[in-house]
Write a protein that binds this ligand. Sequence first.
Ligand code: CU
Length: 70
Amino acid sequence: MSQTIQLSVPDMTCGHCKASVEKALGATAGVQAVSVDLPNKKVAVQADDQVSFEALVQALDEVGFTGEAA
Ligand SMILES: [Cu+2]
């Protein structure tokens, strides 16, 4: 089974940010797909059930972004 986790990433401001966020989340174990909505600073992550919101926030933190509940 998979789930979709929604995050708000207010620090994302440009295409480079988007690419960094996509790369960091995409490299997280269990993540299947990452969809970034840059204008609204939202990210939808499709992932295996065992992936937690906290794990995604941690992955973002490692590349300098703050992830919040959407
Ligand atoms: Cu940027």
